[in-house]
Design a binder for this molecule. Structure first.
Ligand SMILES: C[S@@+](CC[C@H](N)C(=O)[O-])C[C@H]1O[C@@H](n2cnc3c(N)ncnc32)[C@H](O)[C@@H]1O
Length: 281
């Protein structure tokens, strides 16, 4: 029985169909990736795999705008994990497109006027063509790793918090992270794990850390020195910062540009469309 993952978007659509007196409805069991036909019965929505989701459960889902739900044998549970390792709450938050992950209430992708998938494409495009070995310093939901693996020879991706990977494991949009043999996952702190990686080993680096206030080490001169060391000659680094036009984005970008230059990068350019910087070696 494959996982059914639903958000308020699918729940609302089912409730509306029932209200309209329909007997069947097309619904996505994986947050918009595919569709299944369910039958609308008095006790709930009957999925093709035999699971029955009660109208009460669908009401609960439709009232929760900031978390997705996993359906197991007709019961629903929030896709939300409290991390003992970092004392933070991780949850899978729906959008009209790919879901994002909330870490203590902060979305890990852009969701205003853009969805996480488009956000990912913009990040990746700044260092196109993606080729050779790619280092992804912050796995999260794995979107950048999955996208990079489409053209890279290999992607090494590092995630500090097993809770984030637990959320990714339940996210239909993250399955490539676990299925693509080109992707190697490392669980640990990028600041430590990067020391085990070879000089010049990567042609591209995607550095997509949480906000400066949550993960200052990932913006430090010492870490930038390690990024420079593991990048090969002619390599490129994308560094997500946040809105470069905002006050905090301007301040963080200025400091990051200075430290990247000091670390040895020959050129650092602002890429406002991707909310980040690109550094060249
Ligand atoms: C903005 S998200 C990354 C999003 C990801 N690139 C994607 O496409 O889904 C940042 C991630 O970095 C992780 N993280 C925070 N500190 C870290 C560290 N020191 N080393 C590795 N990962 C870290 C967080 O747990 C979070 O999952």
């Amino acid at each position: 029985m494959s996982n059914i993952v639903l958000s308020y978007l699918q729940a609302e659509a089912l409730l509306e169909r029932r209200q309209a007196g329909e007997t069947r409805a097309a619904v996505s069991p994986d947050l918009g990736l595919t569709e299944r036909e369910v039958s609308i019965e008095p006790d709930g929505a009957h999925f093709p795999d035999g699971q029955i989701l009660t109208w009460e459960a669908l009401e609960t889902i439709s009232a929760s705008l900031r978390v997705c739900f996993l359906v197991i044998e007709g019961a629903v549970r929030k896709i939300q994990v409290f991390s003992e390792a970092t004392d933070r709450l991780y949850s899978l938050m729906p959008t009209q497109g790919a879901p994002t992950m909330l870490v203590s209430g902060i979305p890990m992708h852009r969701i205003k006027g853009i969805d996480p998938h488009q956000d990912t494409l913009r990040k990746i495009k700044t260092i196109a063509p993606i080729k050779g070995y790619v280092l992804d310093t912050a796995t999260g939901l794995g979107y950048t790793a999955i996208q990079a693996a489409k053209s890279a020879d290999r992607v090494v991706t590092i995630e500090l918090d097993p809770a984030a990977l637990e959320i990714a494991g339940l996210n239909p949009w993250s399955q490539g992270l676990f299925e693509n043999p080109k992707i190697t996952q490392i669980v640990g702190d990028s600041c430590e794990q990067i020391k085990n990686l070879g000089d010049g080993a990567f042609a591209r680096i995607i550095h997509d850390p949480p906000a400066f206030s949550l993960a200052g080490d990932l913006y430090s001169a010492e870490f930038y020195g390690e990024l420079f060391r593991v990048l090969g000659r002619g390599g490129r680094l994308f560094h997500y910062i946040g809105d470069l036009e905002s006050k905090s984005g301007r301040v963080v970008a200025r400091g990051a540009m200075r430290r990247l230059g000091e670390a040895g990068f020959s050129r650092v350019v602002r890429r406002p469309e991707a909310f980040g910087l690109v550094a060249y070696k």
